[in-house]
Design a protein around this ligand. Sequence first.
Ligand code: GAL
Length: 326
Amino acid sequence: MRLLALLAVLLCFFAPPALAADAMITPGVQWKDTSGNPIQAHGGGMIKVGSTYYWFGEDKTGTSQGNAWFRNVPCYSSSDLQHWKFEANVLTRQASGDLGPKRVIERPKVIYNASTKQYVMWMHVDDGGHTITKVGVATSSSVCGQYKYLGSFKPQGNISLDIQLFVDDDGSAYFFGEARAAGGLRLYKLTSDYLKIDKLVSVLEDYESPAIFKHDGRYYVLGSHRTGWRTNDNMYTSSTSLSGGWAPWKLFAPKGSKTYNSQTTFVLPVTGTAGTTFMFMGDRWQPSSLGTSPYVWLPLTVSGTSVSMKWYDRWYIDTVTGKWHA
Ligand code: GAL
């Protein structure tokens, strides 16, 4: 008996320190920030700075199909991916121009340029009738600071709708611009300051809402069909090179589930001490009330070169270990 008690004491003494608690993710329901306000980060993306995740997206408060005008690009912060603190509106409506009234700013994405020490945001710039179809760029010296809007352009003269950014392991950055049926999903390399297009790298089939991640030397691209705010069965392709060799597109969620009724916006690698979870981020758009559109976040499974995704009413992620469980 005494021996057992001694063993128990010893075990407690040598047990590893408790790690951060699991964070619970509940896809498909409305989420509130730490102040109790609905989170407005639709069509969003994330960047990790130190051990903090920053989530950017579209503030769609009070907007609906036909009047989904630009209001703000908010920035939220979290260390566990469950509790989100509103930090600031880092880009806000201006009196005129691209950020003016009755304009559309969508899918803002932020990457960090280590040599210029600037956070660089790219976004889809448009109007209600898609007559502008440009990409806009803004920069800030702090992650949730006020971004300075630098202007918009058509990448190499091509129209650009849904967008994505990606930084490869060597620090080179890439931009996806969806150019509709005539132009495909175009992947461009950025200049070393991440502010301009350097060159066209690849033209993929015309999927929209592109998201990209890299695992074991292979690039995976997820995207949706073009059905506006209505969701569809999103697909993925992969290649060991960004410049070609893309595999035929396949489903990653069950056929007919319409990607569990969501549209891809980003894939976040959650890397910790024990590995990486690739987290799918999607939007369950509510066209009559876009600001109440729930977020659908689910863990992706990468097995060999196949990607799949299952539904969980709730699941748990540990940002310290990078592991998830149901
Ligand atoms: C989708 C696009 C969204 C939004 C919507 C408007 O195709 O992915 O970001 O632009 O169309 O209808």
